[in-house]
Structures are given as C-alpha cells and as structure tokens.
Write a protein that binds this ligand. Structure first.
Ligand SMILES: [Fe+2]
Length: 414
C-alpha cells in the first residue's frame, strides 16, 4: 500500500534520536517488504523489539495437511456445518481456524469464535480476513481496528496482532492466508501507487489503524510478559510450523510509526460494482491480488441492461485457475437447485466449465438487480482439501447440473 500514513509520536528526521519524556531513547524498527526494496514503515518502540525470553513449539499437528482433489470434482462445502451449535464457544479467531483449502500459494481457513486470540503473527505472508458476521477489535502494533460483517482486514506479514471478539454473537471469519503479499490489483494503481479513477474503490474507502495503541489502552501492563504465536516456514505439513515466543514486555509498545506498510480495512459495501449493457468479464469483480491468486467479490448490483442481455453469467472455463466462491448473503439466482446458500463454498477446478444451474439461464432474463454477496478466490495452482474442506463436503454437488444422483464419496466412487 503506497499510501503514506503517520500515526502517533515520530521524530522530525528519520533515524535520529527520539526520546521519551523521561529522557530515554525509543527504539526504531524498520519493517520492510521484499528485502527493503518495497513498502516499509518505521516503528518507535518503548522496549527492545528483539528481546525474547523464551521459545517453545506451537504444535499445529496435522491441522494444515491437505489431500488432493482427486478424482477431480467440483465440490460444495458447507462451512456453517464446521462449527455446529455451540462448538464455537471457547474458540479464538487465530488458533481455532480450520483449513478448508490450500496450495503452495494460499490457504483458505474458516473459524467461528467468541474468545480473544493470543498475540499472533503470520511470518509466511500477508493475511486477508473477511468477516462474515459478528464484531471484533483487532489490536495491532500499528493501532486498532473495529471490524464487523463485510469487512476485509489486510494484515501484512509479521504484523503482531490479536483478535478480540465483541458482543454476544461469535465472529465468523473467512481467512485467506497468503504465502506472499496481498495488494490492490496493479492495473488499478498509478505508476506511483495511487488508486486510479477506474478502480472500484479508492484510498478514502480504506480504514486505517486507530493508534497509537499501547498496552495500557487495552488494560494490560507495559511490563507484562506476553506470548506471541508465530506461524512460519518449517517442517510441518505443507512446510509450515509454529513457534511461541515469550516477550519480557507487552508487544503493544509502539508510540508512533510512519510509512506505507500497515494493516488496513475495507468494507465490501464500499466496493463499487462495475456493470454494463452486457455481461462484464470476471476481472471487474477483483478486489485484491496476491502471488498466483486473486480475490474478487460479487456485490449487490444492477445487472446487464441490453434489451437482449442474459443477466446470469455465461458458462465459463477458467483454464488456469481453480475458482473458490464463498456465498455470504443474498439470493443466488444462478445457483438455484444446487443446494448452495449462505455459508456455502463452491469449488470449480481449473478448466471445469461451469455456470448457472438448469433453468436459471433463461429464468434470469428480465432481472434488473442481483442481491448477492460472495467472495471469490481464484488460484493459479490447484487447491487441495484441508480437514475442514473434507468435513464440509456435501458429496453431491458434482452431479447437480444433471439433476443430482446418489452421494459421491470423497474419492469420487459411488
Ligand atoms: Fe466461475
């Protein structure tokens, strides 16, 4: 994010003495991407940012193991069945995540949670967490966010933060964990990084962290030893491992920072849909991109208004991408008869022609508005099923365009 921000107390000149009211020095940290050749920020800490007093393994077990989608099938995964009834009580939005789908570039997890997470950072890549429903405060070293249904929160790699659910309803979160950075689509950016006029959102729509956020602002003591859970490269399933550091002081100790690397939020209702007389191509729905995957959203919108238009999508083969659609709210005209509804994920493997269910193609003619909200991740490498993806599989979807048939097994037999 090339948009420059300055929050809190920073010195006039970078890399110069910055002193607390008592006379002691603050400790400057340069947090930079791509070997300090890309965006960065300077953070000023009360304590030494490198000081750790203990380390132990964070046992992730087989939770990040995946199984190939083979024989290859389109699938319908019912995420709301993953945390049935009260199964979300005592679950937190970080350690409670369940892996739905993953490959070497991105993991899609789902969690329903009502309990504060430990402090955490993802040392593998950026995260884009879409809040399906519920409310939370996300406390980061850059400042705090209040998030609710419809919010994307983009958190840069290695940002120490924690999730604190608010209210009586649990937080439902669709977590896109990247192995790279996540950014607005490059075609929407000027050569200096400003969002251009044809982009479906602009800097004004992005919410910045509210800060500085200090330990005492959250009811904690500045000298409180604090654990930070770190997800990093390692020898576990899919090359991922976890470590828990103990810091001798609380991690929320940044009195000020400035730069272009920081977390930000965007509500999907601030994404302005691009519409036309005839059906617009799928990339108009794109909101972010990572390395070898994109994130798109389908928002409530007026639909195609050519007198001969067919408002639902044409059948399409995305030959280089698996398409993963998460249905959040509204009516899904094109999917009537498939069993898909709110909380569903459809998996359409690369090159598998797909589109409206039988009847929907003709029935959509004359429609003027689609009230739908969905988040799509398209990956350029095949996705494998995580344990939650296997558990949520309806085992019928592959046959839905022929009127259904008996249950399929996970390996396609039967
Ligand atoms: Fe599609």
């Amino acid at each position: 994010m090339a948009h420059y921000l300055r929050i809190g107390n920073v010195p006039h000149k970078r890399h110069t003495q910055h002193r607390a009211p008592g006379g002691g020095l603050y400790y400057e940290e340069l947090m930079g991407a791509e070997g300090f050749s890309s965006d960065s920020s300077l953070l000023y800490h009360r304590g030494l940012p490198s000081a750790i007093s203990a380390a132990r393994a964070w046992d992730l077990g087989d939770s990040l193991a995946t199984t190939p989608n083979h024989p290859l099938l389109p699938r319908h995964l019912r995420l709301h069945e993953l945390f049935a009834e009260d199964a979300w009580r005592g679950v937190d939005p970080v350690t409670g995540r369940r892996l739905v789908l993953g490959n070497a570039d991105v993991r899609i997890c789902y969690v329903v949670a009502d309990t504060p997470s430990p402090f955490y950072r993802n040392a593998i890549g950026d995260e884009c967490v879409f809040v399906e429903s519920g409310r939370a405060v996300v406390e980061t070293v850059f400042g705090a966010f209040e998030v609710a249904g419809g919010d994307y929160l983009v958190v840069p790699r290695a940002t120490t933060h924690r999730w604190v659910p608010l209210g009586r309803e649990p937080v439902r979160a669709y977590c896109i964990e990247s192995n790279s950075h996540i950014a607005p689509p490059s075609r929407y950016l000027s050569r200096f990084g400003q969002l251009l006029e044809h982009a479906p959102y602009c800097e004004r729509d992005l919410r910045e962290p509210r800060g500085p956020l200090m330990a005492e602002d959250t009811g904690a003591r500045p000298d409180e030893p604090t654990e930070v859970y770190i997800k990093h490269r390692g020898s576990g399933p899919n090359g991922i491992a976890g470590t828990i550091y103990t810091y001798p002081q609380h991690p929320l100790d940044v009195v000020g920072w400035d730069g272009c690397l920081y977390p930000y939020a965007l509500n999907v209702s601030d994404f302005e849909p691009i519409t036309g007389r005839v059906h617009q191509p799928p990339p108009v729905h794109q909101v972010f991109e990572g390395d070898r995957f994109v994130i798109c959203n389908f928002v409530p919108r007026k639909v195609d208004y050519h007198p001969g238009s067919i408002p639902v999508p044409y059948y399409h083969s995305n030959v280089d991408s698996d398409e993963i659609m998460f249905y959040v709210a509204g009516d899904y005209e094109a999917r009537k008869g498939s069993g898909i509804g709110a909380g569903s994920v459809s998996v359409h493997p690369g090159g598998h022609a797909h589109g409206p269910q039988p009847g929907a193609y003709e029935n959509s003619i004359g429609a003027e508005f689609f009230d739908e909200l969905a988040v799509m991740v398209d990956t350029f490498r095949p996705l494998e099923l995580g344990e939650a993806g296997r558990a949520a599989d309806d085992r019928r979807y592959a046959w839905s365009w022929v009127g259904g048939r008996d249950e399929q097994t996970l390996d396609g037999a039967g």
